[in-house]
Design a protein. Structure first.
Length: 436
């Protein structure tokens, strides 16, 4: 495999130059001072909003998989004081992905947002072939980020918004033992409000972030709120079959470049096709890849082979390809097989059997203290036989000894905090900061 663009020295230098952060992100005493000053700017930005009648709220989004804010968006939209909208921008300017795939992803994201009935904009000037400055053209009062990374043009990063109240709604439920990536990137230390899932996650942020979690508040995870709302009725998203079959999701992670040593895709990609063929009379499979997997496969396999693989999942009689949302897919499934960090907890909300695909016996060490509890609720699969045993005994046979363990974890850590849904608590925390 050619060297990952993510890890190459050239890529890191390009980012440092593009974001102009050689000093503020790489010289400790300058960084610490910058964090302190930025925090003060955020508090002042919030204070200026106190007497403003109408607040424009820009949600920044690159790909559908990063969107976890349906109920938060609606809660703000239903409040006459707020005007929320989604700003869609490209992933990624610096990683060498094809322009065609980047723009195809932008259009998929636009369709994803518009289907929800949410206002959205792609701030691109096609006549001049340049991305516009949102702060100048849209002038948001509050910016809600959905990713902490530098995977897009610099004028969409937190650096550019120190005079606006900024918030971060994580795109995944943090389960992995990634201390810096989850809590101590420069982004985490600067953003005005960082919403986290549980008290355990706040403790991790306090332990590992340079600002000692000064900006962190526990709200619960808005991405799983839909699973807690009894009024939600999922749509039927599975391909029609001649007779009922068990429904199994396969959700592989994108880290085939070994950046996180999570992905088992290259080990299991052919195995899963073979199992789909073998169990065509009893199981439906939904191929739900992480949305960055296709970009990375194109770099490894080439566009033609990658597209052929995706097409096969889309075209077999008992399989389908799912590249957008997953809520309805989760709620109408019977089980899932995956190696994704966030899904380690998210799928537990539906309390159905789930298998984690591993590639070594020490895999549990990759999880943080909360993630280890979630991981223990999974069946584990490292071989094709273990996967097949799960399909035969648990999915088809209904033998599920981990059901009560999943329920207990939900009741201990995942229920709404003090009866308040995550979206409601996020708005409460925003208003609390503005009015403080």
């Amino acid at each position: 495999m050619k060297k990952s663009y993510d890890n190459s020295l050239v890529y890191k230098i390009r980012l440092m130059l593009a974001y102009k952060d050689a000093l503020r992100n790489h010289v400790p005493w300058i960084t610490n001072r910058y964090i302190r000053n930025f925090r003060q700017s955020q508090l002042e930005a919030a204070k200026r909003l106190k007497n403003k009648e109408r607040l424009d709220v820009a949600f920044f989004l690159t790909i559908p998989g990063m969107w976890k804010s349906d109920y938060l968006f609606r809660t703000l939209r239903d409040n006459p004081r707020y005007h929320p909208y989604v700003v869609i921008y490209p992933y990624s300017t610096y990683k060498g992905f094809s322009r065609e795939e980047v723009w195809a992803t932008l259009e998929r994201t636009r369709a994803f947002v518009e289907e929800k009935g949410f206002e959205c904009v792609i701030p691109y000037d096609s006549s001049r072939h340049r991305w516009l400055d949102v702060k100048k053209t849209l002038d948001p009062d509050i910016v809600i980020f959905t990713t902490p990374y530098k995977d897009f043009p610099p004028n969409f990063f937190v650096y550019h918004f120190r005079d606006r109240l900024t918030c971060y709604v994580p795109y995944g439920f943090s389960s992995l033992n990634m201390r810096r990536v989850n809590y101590d990137l420069i982004f985490h230390n600067l953003v005005g409000l960082h919403f986290v899932e549980t008290e355990i996650h706040k403790q991790l942020a306090a332990q590992y972030s340079r600002n000692r979690a000064e900006n962190v508040v526990v709200t619960g995870y808005p991405g799983t709120e839909v699973f807690m709302r009894k009024d939600y009725r999922p749509k039927e998203v599975w391909k029609p079959q001649e007779r009922p079959k068990k429904r199994v999701i396969w959700a592989p992670h994108h880290t085939i470049d070994n950046t996180l040593e999570l992905s088992t895709f290259l080990i299991n990609c052919d195995r899963m096709v073979e199992l789909a063929v073998k169990y065509k009379d009893s199981i439906q499979f939904a191929f739900k890849p992480h949305q960055l997997l296709k970009f990375k496969l194109q770099q490894l396999w080439g566009e033609e082979r990658t597209q052929a693989y995706y097409d096969r999942w889309a075209e077999m009689g008992n399989t389908q390809l799912e590249e957008a949302g997953y809520v309805d897919l989760f709620l109408t499934s019977d089980a899932m097989i995956h190696d994704c960090g966030s899904f380690t907890t998210e799928y537990l909300f539906v309390n159905r059997p789930v298998m984690y695909l591993t590639h070594d016996e020490h895999f549990s060490e990759r999880f943080n203290p909360f993630g280890q509890q979630s991981f223990s609720c999974h069946y584990r699969g490292g071989s094709v036989q273990e996967i097949e045993d799960f399909l035969q005994n648990t999915v088809i046979g209904g033998v599920d000894p981990k059901r009560e363990e999943r329920r207990a974890l939900y009741e201990k850590h995942l229920q709404p905090i003090e009866g308040m849904m995550p979206s409601e608590r996020i708005v409460y925390e925003i208003e609390k900061l503005i009015n403080s």
